[in-house]
Design a protein around this ligand. Structure first.
Ligand code: XMP
Length: 504
């Protein structure tokens, strides 16, 4: 196995997932965990939010000095190796975030068959200013900062950039080079095996009891529903909560699709008044997430009692876990995803999250293996808190109506123009401020709609979609002409990082 040591990076599980993609078995361990590394064939040190220059910064694991296998340090992992082997790391003027061009200075096994220049994804404030003895600089950035180092005799490679994110060109090739050229890893991990293991795990957990599942109609909860149904059959009851924060027509369409196409038992709970009452006057995004999470659980508890369920199945996937900082001690909290960090502390249901370590595209692959139709698997992701986090500021019925109509127009035009499949996720956001306009010689004062469309693979990093101007123009005109209360349309051109995909 390959051991991935976690220093709290947003991307640690992404490393593990890249290895799964290459059919290589790996285990993620926290850096303080004491393991027996005897069957490790390689070690990868992840990135992390801390600086190696601060006191008490996470160190190399205790067992590190006992191993004699190749090591790859990424970002924080690189800086930690540099510091530990006698080099220097410091805060420099040139912090690099996002897209950065690099240049290969020296050939190495890890850079095998790569071009001399390519684009990588960076996220660092500290930089290596002096390499340790016997380490060579293999790659540098435009700012002349070392982007890759190696000590061939100690079999240590270190990268300042993130090869695990899709926006790094040749990232997978670099990981492949490490795994196969350097560690000589075997390829024996498969999705079929994962499915078999999960089904037995769920059966062992639930035993003769019953479970309920909150089905949102999105990819994750749909896959979780079919997977758990496969494991425990009709002892699973699916609950669809109409919280009033759904997209236009969704409350009618979802139950239809799931009953007819997938033959699942589905009970609809109408809870719009209850959710909107609790959200009245609330403007803080984290508070909104917490309230929505809490209300969901209260609804589920009531439903579980009704059907005699002891377990609650959630379609939580890894990006939800990591951004809620629920996975490790050092991970910085970005936002509380409702089905993780937004859960109330006291809860009478035991949680099952079968997709917790998978990423969106892996979930889709699992869904294909389970025979779920394409239209469901390839819908754009939709967050649990729904339009609640796409209305900036207080949520009101008026704003909800404006947003639903604007969002529906945007998606409709993308579908008409063949751009729905070309974007990973697209939606409208309603801003809290109004803007002045002129309509038929009269002054207008209406809401601003922001359109967001991104390209991504797993939602951890994303680039804004380069939708042609003519299409954006049509969306803008259709929204302003037909949605009462929407007076201006803007397009969000920020990547993730530094922005997140959703606005709240
Ligand atoms: P962010 O905004 O964190 O979004 O860049 C990454 C992906 O996650 C979705 N998202 C959520 N999904 N519960 C969910 O089930 C949530 O609370 C939540 N918040 C964000 C978001 O739509 C995007 O696909």
């Amino acid at each position: 196995k390959v051991v991935v040591v976690d220093y709290g990076s947003q991307y640690t599980q992404l490393i593990a997932r890249r290895l799964r993609e290459l059919k290589v078995y790996s285990e993620v361990v926290h850096h303080t965990e004491d393991i027996d590394p005897v069957d490790a064939i390689g070690v990868i040190l992840s990135g992390g939010p801390k600086s190696v220059t601060t006191e008490g910064a996470p160190d190399l694991p205790k067992w590190f000095y006992k191993i004699d296998v190749p090591v790859l340090g990424i970002c924080y992992g690189m800086q930690l190796l540099v510091k530990s082997f006698g080099g220097k790391v410091a805060k420099t003027e040139a912090a690099e975030y996002g897209r950065t061009e690099i240049k290969i200075l020296k050939p190495s096994l890890i850079l095998d068959t790569l071009p001399e220049n390519f684009i990588v994804w960076m996220s660092h404030g500290d930089s290596v200013i002096e390499s340790p003895c016997n380490f060579e600089v293999l790659v540098e950035t435009e700012n002349k900062i070392p982007a890759a180092l190696c000590s061939e005799d100690r079999r240590i490679w270190a990268l300042q950039f993130h090869p695990e994110v899709k926006h790094t060109e040749y990232g997978t090739k670099i990981i492949k080079n490490f795994l196969f050229n350097i560690c000589h890893a075997e390829q024996n991990w498969t999705m079929e095996r994962f499915l078999e293991d999960k089904i037995s795990e769920i059966q062992e957990t639930v035993r003769d009891n019953r479970a309920i599942l909150g089905l949102s109609g999105g990819v994750d909860s749909s896959v979780a529903a079919v997977l758990v149904h496969r494991a425990i059959g009709d002892r699973l009851t699916n609950i669809f909560v109409d919280h009033g924060l759904l997209r236009l027509s969704e409350a009618l369409e979802v139950p239809e699709v799931f009953r007819d196409k997938l033959g699942l038992n589905l009970d609809v709970v109408h809870a719009k008044e209850r959710f909107l009452r609790k959200l009245k006057g609330v403007t803080d995004p984290e508070e909104k997430r917490k309230i929505i999470g809490e209300e969901f659980i209260r609804v589920f508890e009531k439903e579980a009692k009704r059907v005699g369920g002891e377990f609650l199945v959630q379609g939580t996937i890894y990006s939800d876990v990591i951004e809620s900082a629920a996975s490790g001690k050092e991970t910085a909290k970005i936002k509380s995803h409702h089905n993780v960090g937004g859960l109330p502390e006291k809860m009478n249901l035991k949680i099952i999250e079968p997709l917790r370590n998978l990423f969106k595209d892996e979930v889709r692959k699992l869904g294909e293996l389970l025979g779920i139709p394409y239209e469901i698997l390839y819908r754009h992701p939709f967050p649990g808190p729904g339009l609640g986090i796409r209305i900036i500021g207080e949520i009101t019925e008026e704003k909800l109506q404006i947003l639903k109509e604007a969002d529906s127009i945007f998606i409709q035009v993308l579908k008409e123009k063949g751009w729905y499949e070309r974007t990973w996720q697209a939606f409208a956001v309603l801003l809290s401020s109004k803007s002045v306009g002129v309509v038929g010689d009269e002054r207008a004062y209406d809401y601003v709609i922001a359109l967001r469309a991104v390209n991504s693979v797993e939602g951890m990093t994303a680039d804004w979609s380069k939708i042609p101007h003519e299409i954006l123009d049509e969306v803008s005109r259709r929204i302003c002409n037909s949605v009462k209360g929407a007076g201006r349309v803007v397009y969000d051109i920020t990547s993730k990082p530094p922005a997140t995909i959703e606005w709240e």
